[in-house]
Design a protein around this ligand. Structure first.
Ligand code: CA
Ligand code: ZN
Length: 295
């Protein structure tokens, strides 16, 4: 079985990094991952200030896929996400949308039992595992794993779940896929900067597509296609994701610019992934009952 252990990880996605594993297109690969704090938090009485902040957002990898050449598209079928028995979440001064009012940091260690995350005695959340960080080597210089972009990275898109398929542009030979930062649950926005941060294992099937290149990530689940875009400004991120989808809809459904725009306006959804990372991320969802394929 192809497996990359969590000790093989990077903090920057970079085309110059040596591969942790080389496989052929079509292979199944399991990535064992740390949580975003590199499993440094195990108790609620720990202080955030004692963490080693140079070890945040490790991404397991990179995986080199032999057929991958710049300009190709990497198809990643997320077949399984298994998470560990507890997750952690934090409130950190100056972090996130309420950080200006957080006086001291607080940590919660949340047991995961069956299909529930135990927030406290009275509050349980459904376990909805997702991948926060997943990306390939970017086109230019390396990008820290905490930053999202056209190459993927820290998109914190809660729709990247088991059973979905992610398409990423390939910029480097071998693509160099890495992932980490699993969440047991996360709301759109990730407003306090952490979800239910958890280590675990992800099994994916990777396939190199020799098709027209894409300029941003695309996601597919059972009901929707999503274009995904990251930018400094939220409105710009929403615009890029929307315009990317419009182009695809014009082509696939043979519609004019105005008609495709009307259909997006009538049936598509502009949604927020996260608003707390160095760039913010938006997605635009278009229903599959109106469009059978996207690439
Ligand atoms: Ca994240
Ligand atoms: Zn995270």
């Amino acid at each position: 079985m192809n497996k990359i252990k969590k000790n093989r990880h990077v903090f920057i996605m970079d085309k110059d990094h040596p591969p942790a594993l080389k496989v052929k297109s079509g292979s199944l690969v399991t990535f064992e991952t740390y949580d975003c704090f590199q499993n440094q938090i195990t108790r609620e009485d720990q202080s955030m200030e004692t963490l080693d902040w140079d070890h945040i957002n490790p991404a397991t990898g990179p995986l080199f896929i032999e057929e991958a050449e710049p300009g190709d598209v990497l198809k990643i079928e997320i077949q399984r996400i298994a998470v560990n028995a507890y997750g952690v979440i934090a409130a950190i001064p100056e972090a996130g949308l309420m950080g200006d009012q957080v006086q001291t940091s607080t940590i919660k260690v949340l047991p995961i039992k069956g299909d529930k995350v135990i927030f406290n005695e009275n509050i349980r959340l459904p376990l909805e595992p997702m991948i926060g960080v997943i990306g390939v080597a970017p086109e230019e210089e390396g990008v820290p794993c905490g930053t999202p972009g056209a190459h993927g990275g820290n998109m914190d898109n809660k729709k990247i779940q088991e059973g979905t398929t992610l398409f990423l542009p390939i910029y480097a030979k071998g693509a160099l896929l890495s992932m980490g930062d699993l969440h047991g649950a996360m709301g759109d926005g990730e407003v306090m900067v952490s979800g239910v941060e958890v280590g675990g294992e992800v099994t994916v099937q990777v396939e190199v597509l020799k098709v027209e290149s894409i300029n941003n990530p695309i996601l597919e689940n059972s009901e929707y296609f999503y274009t995904i875009a990251s930018h400094k400004e939220l409105l710009e991120a929403v615009k890029i994701a929307t315009r990317d989808m419009q182009k695809l809809v014009m082509k696939e459904l043979d519609l004019s610019f105005n008609e495709a725009g009307m259909l997006l306006s009538a049936a598509g959804n502009a949604e927020i992934c996260q608003v707390v990372d160095p760039l913010v991320t938006a997605r635009f969802g278009f229903p599959k009952y109106l469009m059978k394929k996207i690439l």
